[in-house]
Design a protein around this ligand. Structure first.
Ligand code: PXG
Length: 297
């Protein structure tokens, strides 16, 4: 049986779930989304994802035509109808259908759809061997222009960076902000680990503050919470490429990736050249939380 997609109050088989060519989400990228994950019948941090979706929509003055509780309920219903316990969930709210023209008031009602699908896991070798990344020329959107804290349907900034990464033969890109500080990757936040003077002593986990130009990632937040729980010192701090080159460990965080170790950046070997202990410890703790924190169904 075909997977069902929720669209504006009804469920349609995947091949019949269609939206209008006059939807401003398509015409102008006018809309917001979330990428969420379910682990063994637990929608991880669903409340946090919905809060972020509502905040993104609020900034765009986009009214979501469901209450948060209703949204939670239709997400869970979509998973249940599709018999999915481990899943990737994409919630999209667009400005809706309207005449041509930028003006959002041309669209009387937002379009809402929810896709749930089997999760496509990254190859296990990436977690075992680590990833190579490069810094790309495309600068992260200025917070004063399109704030990267808005999870909007405008992903061209990230897609340009992704193309540059792939042209360089790697899968992910480090994006800098307009001042040259490390912001984030195309679909992941970035962390580094620095040890104290003597190898193995007191690791310090660092990630750039979101005002530099990064999404306030849900996985990022979970890692900062786990650090506090495990009494690993962590801090949001301005980071340069030089800092990253000389880190003992680097890892990326995101809903799809969870935590992925980085072992090479711009040709420089990071730390030992193998995924580090702190990254491993945090990934283990994260996976334990993923089945625990959230909404059970
Ligand atoms: N930065 C950007 C620009 C992102 O798009 C993250 C950081 C990590 O945030 P979370 O909240 O996931 O920890 C993202 C998230 C996809 C996909 O289908 C993309 C994301 C998440 C899930 C799926 O490409 N990006």
């Amino acid at each position: 049986m075909e997977n069902l997609v929720y669209l504006d109050g009804k469920w349609f088989p995947k091949s019949e779930a269609k939206i209008s060519v006059f939807d401003h989400g398509l015409l102008y990228g006018d809309g917001v989304f979330e990428g969420i994950r379910a682990y063994k019948g637990n929608v991880f941090k669903l409340a946090e994802h919905l809060d972020r979706l509502w905040e993104s929509a609020h900034t765009l003055m986009l009214k979501i035509p469901l209450a948060k509780k209703e949204m939670e309920s239709v997400i869970v219903q979509t998973l249940k109808r599709n018999g999915l316990r481990d899943a990737y969930i994409r919630v999209v709210v667009t400005r809706g259908v309207g005449d041509l023209g930028l003006d959002p008031t041309l669209c009387p009602k937002a379009t809402v759809f929810i896709i749930t699908d089997k999760i496509k896991l990254y190859p296990e070798s990436l977690y075992r061997d680590g990833l190579a990344i490069v810094t790309v020329p495309t600068v992260r959107n200025l917070p004063e222009a399109v704030n990267p804290s808005i999870k909007s349907l405008n992903y061209l900034n990230n897609i340009l960076a992704k193309i540059e990464a792939k042209n360089a033969g790697v899968m992910e890109a480090v994006m800098l902000n307009h001042q040259g500080y490390v912001a984030e990757c195309t679909g992941d936040n970035i962390f580094m680990v620095k040890r104290g003077g003597k190898a193995g002593t007191k690791p310090l986990v660092l990630t750039p503050p979101v005002y530099v130009g990064a999404l306030k990632g849900i996985t990022r937040q979970a890692i900062l919470e786990i650090c506090a729980e495990l009494k690993i010192q962590s801090e949001e701090r301005i980071i340069t490429r030089h800092d990253l080159f000389n880190a003992h460990e680097i890892f990326l965080t995101g809903t799809a990736a969870e935590l992925i170790p980085v072992v090479k950046m711009d040709g420089r070997v990071i730390g030992s050249g193998k995924p580090g202990n702190v990254t491993g410890k945090l990934l283990k703790a994260f996976r334990a939380r993923a089945v625990r924190d959230g909404v059970k169904f």
